[in-house]
Write a protein that binds this ligand. Structure first.
Ligand code: AMP
Length: 420
């Protein structure tokens, strides 16, 4: 037999009970925000056809060119989904959701996969929550999506965050801008980092994404997309900013904000936290008016965001924001002998139907060991039963936090617990 220890893959993490309690709480807050914004949940498969991601996200992006977990089975090509927007757009087309009329407001929470180099805030399996508003063209939709995203962080009391917005324009203004960027960087290419030099030919806008030290001074004097926007894009961008101001959402404009996914048009935004370290993006999003057509649907304008759950947790922890921990049992049944254990097993469902959290020892350990376990689990009460108690139908009822106990019938015990 092999002696290799079987553990998770690098960058893939188990969520243990102490974690899932927090995750469930966080998800419940996100779902409550979604409910108030009248967005409904969509769940798409974990695996998608590779072609959807390649076409939707873009061949030249890091995600598609180097971070996909993809494999073939028979004639089909599968990819573990690296992001949520292309799958939602696919579902929108596949299920003819445009025919439902009006605007589709969808949100999701779930795992995503990218073969990145793991570090703090960057995993190979990570989780995102996100929302997509499909079928709305106006700047109001952009503002509403950003407001939804910001509201999640506000609900957790996270205030020290920075919203950056930009416009990446429509394809023709972007083409003019790319040309200007290319012409600006070509004479400087010897001074660029290797990564950026490689991007020069394929997608010069991605140079603006660079975090490499040596690229920073070169970026500063680079042309700005805002100088290349056509009137319609300029107006849209201006209107988004007006709405954000009206909503009291602070933001900064950042002419160099380009996002790593190809499908964005017009508005792009990112949410940054100083409590995150080098991976400082909590989330981001933007408008993607061309994606649905690109993957085979009738044109539909859309805007959305996606945020990292792990990074939200890192910030909550850094700010010492308390999250609920596991609920302790209301009642721990301490039993002596097999008949008492059987009685406890049969008594617990009645208490549970009243909403009480009950547990017991399942292994016939000593009373002392069971009491210790009840303490460890922070049970509010213990009900202690042996042969004699069963015969008399009078049990020892112990208040664990006050360390007091008395003898009582089950009906009295239940009414006392339920009153408190
Ligand atoms: P993106 O889909 O790349 O725009 O990512 C949106 C958000 O998801 C980021 O701002 C992060 O918070 C989170 N995220 C993306 N990739 C990872 C990853 N590999 N590990 C953890 N979080 C991630």
């Amino acid at each position: 037999m092999s002696t290799t220890k079987l553990t998770t893959h690098h960058g893939m993490v188990d969520l243990l009970p102490e974690d899932t309690e927090k995750w469930n709480y966080i998800e419940s807050v996100i779902k409550d925000v979604a409910r108030r914004y009248h967005f409904q949940e969509i769940r798409t498969p974990i695996m998608e056809p590779t072609e959807l991601i390649a076409r939707g996200v873009g061949q030249l992006t890091d995600i598609v060119s180097k971070e996909m977990f993809a494999f073939n089975r028979g004639d089909d090509q599968y990819v573990l989904r690296p992001e949520g927007t292309a799958p939602v757009a696919r579902a929108f087309i596949q299920h003819h959701m445009a025919q439902r009329g009006g605007v589709q407001r969808l949100f999701y929470i779930g795992p995503f996969f990218r073969a990145e180099r793991p570090q703090k805030g960057r995993q190979r399996q990570f989780h995102q929550f996100g929302a997509e508003l499909i079928g709305a063209k106006g700047a109001i939709a952009d503002a509403e999506i950003i407001a939804f995203m910001m509201e999640v962080y506000r609900r957790f009391g996270i205030e020290n965050i920075k919203l950056k917005v930009n416009s990446v324009g429509n394809p023709s203004s972007r083409a003019a801008y790319k040309k200007a960027l290319y012409e600006y960087f070509v004479p400087l290419q010897d001074q660029l980092s290797d990564i950026s030099r490689n991007r020069l030919e394929s997608n010069p806008m991605r140079i603006l994404d660079s975090k490499e030290e040596q690229d920073q001074p070169l970026k500063e004097k680079a042309p700005r997309i805002t100088d290349y926007l056509e009137k319609e894009s300029r107006d849209h961008y201006e209107e988004v900013q007006q709405h954000l101001k009206q909503l009291g959402i602070p933001f900064e404009t950042d002419p160099f904000l380009v996002r790593g996914l190809d499908y964005y048009t017009e508005t792009a935004f990112e949410l940054i936290s100083p409590d995150l370290g080098s991976q400082d993006a909590l989330g981001g999003g933007g408008r993607y008016d061309l994606l649905i057509e690109e993957i085979g649907g009738a044109p539909a304008p859309a805007v959305g965001f996606a945020c990292g759950m792990e990074r939200l947790l890192i910030v909550l922890e850094a700010l010492n924001i308390e999250l609920p921990s596991a609920e302790p049992p209301d009642v721990y049944f301490v039993t002596r002998g097999a008949p008492a254990a059987k009685w406890a097993l049969e008594t617990m469902p009645g208490l549970r139907s009243k909403g009480l959290v009950c547990t017991m020892d399942y292994s016939g350990r000593s009373i002392k060991a069971q009491m210790k376990d009840a303490n460890r689990q922070q049970a509010r009460y213990a009900i202690i039963a042996g042969e004699q108690e069963l015969e008399e139908q009078i049990f020892t009822f112990r208040d664990m936090s006050e360390s007091t106990e008395k003898k009582a019938a089950m009906a009295d015990i239940i009414s006392e617990i339920c009153q408190k």
